[in-house]
Design a binder for this molecule. Structure first.
Ligand code: SF4
Length: 320
């Protein structure tokens, strides 16, 4: 078995607001082996992006441990964290809003190297910028272009080049293709896959789209209102989903053939408020299998078969 690069233990992120405490990420734990991809899926507000940002300490977690290459990054001092940050990068969903419109492609890609004191001369940095542009498939003629002069796919290539500039080991890809045209999505996904192979990168791939995550991920974690619902190797999750929420998500994926199309599970009921959520399963108000116990006890997250984890009272306990 290959080495674990990232180990997240009991990660919690709460936000206090006027109404109470918003449970954005609630006791999330997982590990990722070097060179592999964990897909995190769920609807908007499930905590997937907050999880990614807490791992990079772009948001400070409320509690938990984030062990990267054996170091607990929540315990690191500023200088140590700066060093580790070079190895942990992010690709954002909307390349346009994440890029400074007043900077050229060259400046944008060169910026991380400048801020981290890489390369002594601007000439050396320019050579590296051109190399990165080549790696991500941006023609050299765009080197002095501004973001607004480029299409969405090219802007996302700038975002990828920036993420690669410091030669990271780990990248959080936060909905990297959802703002792009369908025709360009496949190109960017293929690029990310190729980069993973050639550079040995480890990814967290965050998306609301299960069909994309299946193509991209070795393992998939399904989240709902800050909680882990199910996690399994991608193939297993698609072949044998256990959690009622995962089944509903999978039933919504468009299938080309009318013969193999699974029946769509339409979720009804109110979504539980993530502010001071009540005890019990957070999915209960929308779950077609809800039982008495689901309203009282939070289901434990248990391994029901090898590498297949689920948090649901239908598994691993005798229903009352
Ligand atoms: Fe449904 Fe109960 Fe399972 Fe929650 S614990 S998903 S309410 S069956």
């Amino acid at each position: 078995m290959s080495e674990i690069l990232l180990d997240v233990k009991h990660l919690v992120k709460y936000f206090k607001n006027k109404k109470g405490t918003l449970h954005a990420v609630d006791d999330v734990s997982f590990s990722i082996q070097r060179g592999r991809t964990l897909g995190i899926v769920g609807e908007s507000g499930c905590g997937k992006s907050t999880t990614g940002r807490c791992i990079l300490r772009l948001q400070e977690p409320t509690s938990g441990q984030i062990i990267f290459e054996g170091k607990d990054i929540l315990a690191l001092k500023r200088n140590e964290l700066r060093k580790v940050r070079e190895e942990m990068q992010i690709i954002f969903q909307d390349p346009f809003s994440s890029l400074n419109p007043r900077k050229t492609v060259s400046e944008l890609i060169g910026e991380p190297m400048r801020l981290h004191g890489r390369y002594h001369s601007s000439q050396e940095r320019d050579v590296k910028v051109l190399r990165l542009m080549d790696i991500v498939g941006l023609a050299p003629r765009f080197v002095n272009s501004y973001p607004h002069e480029l299409d969405g796919g090219r802007r996302q290539r700038i975002g990828i080049a920036r993420a690669l500039a410091l030669e990271p080991k780990f990248i959080v890809c936060d909905e990297p293709v959802s703002a792009l045209d369908v025709s360009i999505q496949a190109q960017i996904l293929n690029l990310l896959k190729d980069l993973q192979t050639t550079m040995g990168l480890t990814y967290i791939f965050i998306t609301h789209d299960l069909s994309v995550v299946n193509y991209f991920s070795d393992d998939i974690l399904v989240m709902y209102l800050g909680k882990m619902m199910e996690k399994a190797p991608s193939e297993k999750l698609f072949e044998n989903p256990l959690h009622p929420y995962t089944k509903a998500l999978l039933s919504a994926i468009p299938v080309p053939s009318i013969h193999n199309r699974p029946e769509r599970i339409l979720l009804q009921g109110e979504i539980t408020s993530p502010v001071n959520p009540p005890p019990g399963c957070r999915f209960a108000p929308r779950c077609p299998h809800c039982m008495e116990c689901c309203l009282q006890e939070t289901p434990a997250y248990v391994e029901v078969e090898t590498d297949h984890f689920v948090a649901c009272h239908l598994y691993g306990r005798d229903p009352k």
